[in-house]
Ligand binder design. Sequence first.
Ligand code: COA
Length: 338
Amino acid sequence: MSGTAAETPSAIQICRIMRPDDANIAGNIHGGTILKMIEEAGAIISTRHCNSQNGERCVAALARVERTDFLSPMCIGEVAHVSAEITYTSKHSVEVQVHVMSENILTGSKKLTNKATLWYVPLSLKNVDKVLEVPPVVYSRQEQEQEGRRRYEAQKLERMETKWRNGDIIQPVLNPEPNTVSYSQSSLIHLVGPSDCTLHGFVHGGVTMKLMDEVAGIVAARHCKTNVVTASVDAINFHDKIRKGYVITVSGRITFTSNKSMEIEVLVDADPVVDNLLKRYRAASAFFTYVSLGPEGKPLPVPQLVPETEDEKKRFEEGKGRYLQMKAKRQGQAEPQP
Ligand code: COA
């Protein structure tokens, strides 16, 4: 690929009306549905950008999603406006920032639902294990490039520091007591079919995130037995491709409860069942935070988790650390600047 700046449009907008199969039984749109729309917008804009010069054709694969918060619930009948913009390019990766607004088309009111940052990596169509170079994006201001580079360096550092929980598995337990980890832990097994995959036969990141959110939602509902919604998702790295025909097991367990929130760890394992030479591997993992909503849409207190084993107690303390850190960050952001 040549090193000249790409001149394709670096922003897109998609909108779609929310239907009952996008929502939970209380009519709140699933966090997973929103994550899937975000990823679709990101995949379109990054694949288009990476093919904007006369080089080898490629598909942009989702490599990472930064922590994202769900700022306000979206309901059936509202229109989701998803806008995506390329905000930074490194030699082999593209940063895409996505905004989701919900519009009530009866009243015209609009609310910001979600802001997300995703990183894509272009893979050659001839050989999906070959990473290609990204055409550099044109910045309208020099500071944009510097700010982008800072975000790029920060995520690279975080990736190096993140402990990859590979061996950990979630085992079923007989007759668990309510409010324990075992009581609500849940798994979903899914055969990866053509509709889950890119044209090149590996799973869309959005499909995986939707399944992860589905399992987290089941765990949260089993724990508190009320209507639940996704409040946030911690950063997710996608280390390995999941191919068509593989069987994926998505497992979730509750790790921590605050007064009104639940943290759920979700593990995704891929099993190349039709290939005896390949072993089952951990494809992704993430922490989801769920909140239980009462009839007026106000957060309810949740039953407190009873960790039993030493591992569960350790995970509870780690979850509490993440919770306190995020709370302090949110409060810091809410305080007026001097
Ligand atoms: N987050 C952000 N960027 C990442 C990343 C991650 N988790 N992993 C790799 N990258 C970036 C690197 O920074 C590098 O860019 P740079 O050279 O400009 O810094 C680029 O990817 C290539 O890195 P490299 O080390 O050469 O490649 P890799 O062997 O780590 O492969 C992927 C990277 C993304 C191709 C590989 O991890 C993969 O196939 N992941 C799964 C993708 C997928 O299937 N997504 C859908 C999931 S369901």
